[in-house]
Design a protein around this ligand. Structure first.
Ligand SMILES: [Fe+2]
Length: 280
């Protein structure tokens, strides 16, 4: 599928006189990498409105050649974008695979599609990751699905059906989130106004630790399983999904409204360490 980003270069002032060259590479089917020539660039030196625009255009923005930030500096930087969602572990959440996890997020299996912040008051607008360490070739790609594209391609009958659906999600609070929430399937992006799908795949209790259950409203009881199955199949289609293979040093900014995301299973031992901050 076409991507609106063509390979191109921009530069921004770095210090008083120097300019750092940034090269843009489109990702498929969406997303972009912005690479700083020579490395050692500072994210703080790129104007936030520029990064916001690139993130909104591309949904997933990967910055390479930029210095990672210390834990507190990372949170402070993200505060420049908006209020930070505070989780129990703090503003910065460490994502690492654990040996004996209480929740599937910290296990080595796959993580089905969801959006972040379903079980808290405010849905984050953006999430920020920085990758402190990675094991290339060991799976664990973060998979982003662009629901604005899935909606755009749906026929009117399907859209009408979706518009009548809401889903109640529930999960026990074992780690940093839990509770019950009901969301309409179709929502509006707060910045672009485009329709988005707020869909989290239900998790089978026999497969996932600390599963999420979904109760569907607006669909006949006998059709619920088929409805959820076809929605899952749709958002997994390759034309809507970008798989991000992490490299140490990546900084990734993603749009938590247009996208839902999940993770492929790890295929071997991994030392991957991501830090995540979410901005409302
Ligand atoms: Fe997530």
């Amino acid at each position: 599928m076409a991507n609106s980003v063509s390979p191109s270069a921009t530069s921004y002032p770095c210090g008083s006189t120097e300019r750092t060259k940034l090269t843009h590479h489109p990702l498929r089917p969406f997303g972009r990498v912005v690479e700083a020539a020579g490395g050692g660039a500072r994210i703080e030196d790129v104007p936030v409105p520029m990064l916001v625009r690139w993130t909104e255009e591309s949904r997933v923005l990967v910055l390479r050649g930029f210095d990672l930030l210390g834990r507190q500096a990372f949170a402070d930087y993200c505060r420049g974008w908006g209020e930070i969602l505070k989780w129990e572990p703090g503003e910065v959440v460490d994502l690492v695979v654990q040996d004996d996890p209480k929740n599937y997020l910290f296990a080595s299996g796959d993580v089905p599609f969801h959006w972040d912040g379903a079980f808290v008051e405010a849905n984050p607008r953006y999430f920020f990751f920085q990758c402190l360490d990675a094991t290339p070739g060991a799976g664990g790609q973060t998979v982003f699905s662009d629901t604005t594209r899935a909606y755009r391609d749906a026929d009117q009958e399907t859209r009408d059906r979706w518009s009548r659906v809401s889903i109640t999600y529930s999960t026990d609070k074992v780690v940093h989130y839990g509770g019950e929430v009901t969301e309409r399937l179709v929502a509006q992006h707060p910045a672009t106004g485009l329709p988005v799908l707020r869909f989290a795949e239900p998790l089978a209790p026999e497969k996932y630790k600390n599963p999420v259950f979904a109760q569907v409203h607006g669909v006949d009881e006998s059709e619920v399983d088929g409805f959820l199955g076809s929605l899952s199949e749709l958002v997994h289609r390759p034309e809507y999904c970008y798989d991000h293979d992490w490299r140490a040093g990546d900084i990734v900014i993603a749009d938590n409204f247009s996208l839902i995301h999940g993770r492929n299973a790890f295929t071997g031992p991994t030392k991957r360490h991501l830090q995540r901050v979410e901005v409302i």
